[in-house]
Every structure is written in structure tokens, then in C-alpha cells.
Design a protein around this ligand. Sequence first.
Ligand code: NDP
Length: 434
Amino acid sequence: LSRDPGEPEFHQAVHEVLESLGPVLAARPGLAAAKMVERVIEPERQIMFRVPWQDDNGEIHVNRGFRVEFNGALGPYKGGLRFHPTVNLGIVKFLGFEQIFKNALTGLGIGGGKGGSDFDPHGRSDEEVMRFCQSFMTELYRHVGEHTDVPAGDIGVGGREVGYLFGQYRRVTNRWEAGMLTGKGALWGGSACRTEATGYGNVMFTSEMLRRRGEDLDGQQITVSGSGNVAIYTIEKAQQLGANVITVSDSSGYVVDEKGIDLDLLKQVKEIDRGRVSDYADKRGVSARFVPGGRVWDVPADIALPSATQNELDAEAARILVRNGVKAVSEGANMPTTPEAAHIFQDANVAFGPGKAANAGGVAVSALEMRQNASRAAWSFSRVEEELASIMRNIHETCYETAERYGAPGNYVVGANIAGFERVADAMLAQGLI
Ligand code: NDP
């Protein structure tokens, strides 16, 4: 890692995995002899490129594009694109590294990769976003493809951006290659339930953790952070299962809604008006209060589902949650919990679902989208949702059983890291010195 200075998030993600691997490396000395750890932390390929584009006033901007193709042992590289001003190589590497093990846990034959840009879509017109996406894909197209590398959305990349990216790929390659990108619209090769999959999947995983403890979601009070794709569909599924979700947030603060989040209003504000959570509070009236600059973790809850961004839940927030009696914390976002905070939850016997297991539903349905594209089929919403539920149950069982087998019962972090690592390492061993 000394070869990668200035990449703290990547170092953090690697340390989190390595901390778990001791028992499997001891039990299987062949993995250490094959230098499997050294190989797995080195990306197969890293691509960085210039993305020039013009805004509506004719001013020229130059952003940086990234695609890290981290590990292809289990299938084509697969992972989202993030458009956010904080994106740099270290962030993309941390996300790509996590993605390897997450994708392995789904059992669906997908390798790990991630990409993005430091472009900020906030406040940009549709035309500006389109021009940016076209410029981005004009370089990226030569590195991706249905059998090579299959991007999708992430922070700042939703249905609109995926549409512009797919359109440009088709234009420059003259190919209808639906399986080169997932998260597409229903009319042109997208899968039912992909938009919902990450949030739904995290709630399904949380339900499984609770079931092991003889509980369910009915009547539980839940705090959710973020108000984007993952947060919205986390709330939808949690409400369907009888829980009361009382918070949402964005980078300006959070809203606590004593009556429970009004999901139709939230979707209107976020998905149609592209507004802020403060707009939700203004429109909702007396039951909702906007707290500028605050964090949802101050609000007492039975269950906390961080669904915004990395390191949003630190040790101080974890202590507050534990003091307020939290029973389960499950990561909808990637690495939202700092390592110290994760240890606090585990020491307090809080059920803790790590992102690489708990938020794998999105990429799992992306893999089902690729499967539908390959056979030119379109499955119904209920079929995809049933498959998603079965995949999330399997991921939960795999993590639970692996943790038990390696002497860490109930520790889903250890279970997810070892199970994901073993699958990738075994495929790499079988494929020779790669
Ligand atoms: P969106 O862009 O739809 O929403 C992101 C939300 O998080 C927004 O409310 C945003 O607020 C907030 N947010 C982003 N950055 C920050 C920040 N630095 N500080 C505070 N709030 C912030 O993204 P998604 O919902 O798709 O992604 C959320 C998380 O889930 C990410 O960690 C992503 O990697 C992870 N994830 C997403 C998957 C998917 O299928 N979409 C799959 C698996 C994981 P604001 O508008 O103010 O920036």
C-alpha cells in the first residue's frame, strides 16, 4: 500500500478486509504461498482520462474520468460510475476493491470494477449533463463492453445519466449492445426492479439479521440517511414491511418526520423536481423538521440504515446510536461506517450488516439485467423481486455460516470478507498466475 500514497479510503477498505482474513490464510497456506493478498489488492487495470465539455454559457470545463478494472476472475468487470466532486483515484479504488467481494458474494459470475468522474451534476441543466456524459463515453467506450466491463449508476449517476451514456456508446460503436451498461430504462433493455434493488435488498438483508434474533421489521423505528436512489427504495421496502422510517438527509442536513416519511412526496421532490430534503420539509408541513448541518444519527432509532456516502457514521455517532438502544445497523451505502464505529456496534452486540453483503442487491439485479439482455427477454417485476429476495437470503446465509465456520459467530463482516475472498481466490488459483 506504500505504493499508493494519498488514497486513505482505499487503504481503509483494504485494512477492513485484511483484518478478517487471518483465519482463512492460516487454514489454507496455499493462498499465502500464491501471494493471493498481494495479487488481489492490485487492480488489473486503471484508466484515467480527460473529459472536456462545454456548459450552457459556452464556457469550457475539464474533468477527470476514471475506470478501475479491479478483478475479472469471476466474470466481466462490473460496478457503477460515480459523478461527484470528491471522486479521485483512491475513492474509485476503494469502491472497486469492495465491489470484487460484493460481486463474488452474489454468486452470479461478475468481476469487480468501478469508475466515475469529479464532475458535479448538482445544478447542471439536462443539456449540460448530456454533453458531459457524451464526452465521458467518447473515451470510455473503448474500454467497456458486454463481455469486458459493464458499468452502472452510483452517486450522481441515475436513469438520466445512464440513458445519455448508453446513447453515446451506441452512436460511436454502431452496436445495439444492451448488456454493456445496466440500470437502463424499461423501454430499452432495462430490468424491472433495478431502481429499487439496492434499497430493497438492504431491507431484506436486515430482515434476515433480525430473524436470526427472533425479531422482524414490523413496528420498528428506522433512521435512514441520504435521499437518493438507495435511501428512497430502502424507505419503500421498510414501510411495506411495517416499519416507521422517520429521517432522510442530504449534504445540507437532515429531516425528521414524526409521522413517518411521506414517500410519494419524497419521490416528487427528489426524482421529479430534483430538489433538496429541506424542500420536502417545507412541503410536508408541521410533522417534518429540517435540521441544517445535523446528522440523522442523533435521532433515536431501533434500526439505522446509512444510505448516503462513505464514513458518514463515525465513532461518536455509533456511541449515540448504541446509547439510544439501536438493535441493527445495515449499510446501504458503501463503507458508510468508520472502522471504529463498526467495532463499537459489534462490541455492543448490535447486528451489523456490512455494505459488501447488505447492499449487493443492486449489482445482483444488474447481473439479472445482463442475463435478460443476453436472451432478449424482459422479466416481470415480481419475478425479479423474488430472485432478489432469494439472492439476499443466500448472501445472508453464506456470511452467517462462514463467520461460524471461522470462529466468529454473528460477525457478518468476517463472514462477508472471507466468503467473498475465497470465491475470488479460488477462481484466480484455477486460472494460473494472473
Ligand atoms: P444518489 O446520488 O442517488 O444519492 C446520494 C445521496 O447521498 C444524496 O442524498 C446525497 O446528498 C447524499 N450524499 C452524497 N455524498 C454526500 C456527502 N459527501 N455528504 C452527505 N451526503 C452525501 O446515490 P445512491 O443512492 O445511488 O448511492 C448512495 C450510496 O449507496 C453510495 O455509497 C453508493 O456507492 C451506494 N450504493 C449504490 C448502489 C446503487 O445501486 N445505486 C449500489 C450499492 C451501493 P446531496 O444531493 O446533497 O449530495
